[in-house]
Design a protein around this ligand. Structure first.
Ligand code: UDX
Length: 503
């Protein structure tokens, strides 16, 4: 990535303004390195000394494509300086990007403890003008609280300083500061790419100075910029994630209807997605969404609405549909295997999505837990997610095995489950997998293969929202005895089964 050092008032960025990114996680680290690559001097602060020590050894503590080369480049260039001294980072910088965690609290409400801590630290270190930028996903009106908190504690600091006259003639004054919202839209696995090629930048500001500073940072990225007030900007982020989650649950519901009537959900998604009003993205049916963002953001957004008396049952339904995906998938497993108890099952994919090692709220892990509860033993493989998975679910002889490849996982199994849409799993050597398995049965939770191709390769293949024989709705079946199906209505699987019985 070429450096595109911008300028502010004719001066080199680094001479004029220093940036601190507070929180070196999945959002903070790519953001800090991206801004260093744009030519800014960036302090990357995190209170966890282990995280900082790892960064100094030119390693990221989580897997994210293209991140480590950027880390190496800007540790060398000196534009990125990691530190565990968060107070010092705040004191030394003018623009502070807040990238700390906003986990789920009680009842799905966002837990903003870490945001409040940062606001209090800023108050302690307010030694001149500062722009505090919320990047973490937060509910609407958090910026107002941050502003109020900084003012409250900075006034106390100023009063104390006046008493001890520590700050000389400036004691008692609270320096000016701004709080802005600039939500991240970084997808794990594509965070670096998303930073440099954003669809849009949203900035919620309530002063020209804040707007100018943020525009100076993002100008080289050359993308549409939506400027609004901080509360609207906060709401844009929650709305985006809620809408994308809704799209996924919607297509998953359609997928169930497709299975019931014998339609193909991938074709339905294509058929509707080509309408630009709908769009093709986020219409892949499967075992549902996971990760650190969608599930908690959806709950926090519903909580926010309900707190203000808004009926958010639609969002609650989106979550309910997503939670039910696991039960529906397990029904598929039982239908295919009959008895799950005592079966050996290969699970390909543990991370909540491809190109990440993140297993937080991963649907795959919930399926693994369900398989174990039903008495199966599992052989697990994921290209990046296994170290994290092992911490949650340790290896156990005869019950839980971690394997070095998809092929090792498939060896001697009664079924292979495809649970994460890694590119590697789309291109398996099917003949090899077939030969390694005891029973060539594949249940594909992400629709990675074409049913006809799998049939040709000799697999019994089940997927999501496709290839199920036509069934008449219960009401019709109840009143009219089902007519014998014609040869044309029979699926090739039924015909094969009949041939097998006759033969
Ligand atoms: C999300 C948002 O996309 C990003 O803008 C935000 O800032 C952080 O949260 P991320 O959590 O990395 O990003 O994952 P994303 O790529 O959005 O996928 C979320 C989940 O939805 C994954 O589990 C994925 O497998 C699932 N998914 C996605 C589907 O099941 N079907 C789809 O069509 C798309």
């Amino acid at each position: 990535m070429a450096s595109r050092a911008g300028s502010l008032n004719g001066k080199k960025n680094s001479e004029k303004t220093k940036i601190a990114v507070l929180g070196m996680g999945h959002v903070g680290l790519p953001t800090a390195l991206g801004m260093a690559d744009l030519g800014w001097e960036v302090i990357g602060a995190d209170s966890n000394p282990q995280t900082i020590a790892t960064l100094k050894q030119v390693k990221s503590w989580f897997y994210e494509p293209d991140l480590e080369p950027l880390l190496e480049k800007h540790l060398k260039s000196g534009l990125f300086q990691p530190t565990a001294n968060v107070d010092q980072a705040i004191a030394d910088s003018t623009i502070l990007f807040v990238c700390v965690g906003t986990p789920q609290g009680d009842d799905g409400k966002a837990d903003l403890t870490q945001i409040e801590n940062i606001a209090r630290m800023v108050a302690r270190n307010l030694n001149g003008y500062k722009l505090i930028v919320e990047k973490s996903t937060v509910p609407a009106i958090t910026a107002q609280w941050v502003k109020k908190t900084i003012t409250r504690y900075a006034q106390i600091e100023a009063r104390n300083a006046a008493k001890t006259a520590k700050n000389g003639k400036h004691a008692g004054e609270v320096p000016h500061f701004d709080v802005a919202s600039n939500p991240e839209f970084l997808q794990e696995g594509r965070a670096v790419e998303n930073f440099f090629h954003p669809d849009r930048i949203v900035m919620g500001v309530d002063s020209d100075r804040a707007r100018e500073l943020l525009e100076a940072i993002y100008r080289p990225l050359n993308c549409p910029i939506v400027v609004t007030n901080p509360t609207t900007s906060e709401l844009i982020k929650h709305t985006a994630n809620a809408f994308l989650s809704t799209k996924i649950s919607f297509i998953n519901m359609v997928s169930d209807i497709c299975e019931a009537v014998g339609a193909d959900v991938t074709n339905v998604a294509q058929g509707i997605g080509l309408d630009p009003r709908i769009g093709t993205g986020f219409l892949s049916a499967g075992i549902g969404f996971g990760g650190y963002c969608f599930p908690k953001d959806l709950r926090a957004f519903a909580y926010l609405g309900e707190e203000h008396g808004v009926d958010c049952s639609m969002l609650r339904e989106v979550e309910r549909i997503n939670t039910r995906r696991i039960d529906l998938f397990m029904k598929k497993v039982r239908r295919a295997l009959w008895v799950v108890q005592g079966k050996t099952i290969a699970v390909l994919g543990l991370a909540f999505k491809p190109r990440t090692d993140d297993i937080r709220e991963a649907p795959a892990l919930r399926i693994v837990e369900a398989l174990l509860r039903e008495g199966a033993s599992v052989r697990l493989y994921d290209p990046e997610g296994m170290p994290n998975a092992k911490r949650m679910l340790p290896e156990e002889t005869g019950r839980v095995a971690y394997c070095a490849s998809a092929y090792e996982a498939a060896e001697g199994t009664n079924a292979v489950l495809l649970l994460t849409e890694w590119a590697d799993f789309r291109n398996l050597d099917l003949e090899r997998v077939h030969d390694l398995m005891d029973v060539p049965l594949m249940i594909d939770g992400r629709n990675l293969y074409d049913p006809a191709q799998m049939q040709r390769a000799g697999f019994e293949y089940h997927s999501m929202g496709r290839d199920t024989p036509v069934q008449f709705p219960a009401s019709i079946v109840k009143h009219h005895p089902p007519a014998k199906r014609s040869a044309a209505q029979k699926t090739s699987k039924t015909r094969k089964r009949e041939r097998a019985v006759v033969g």
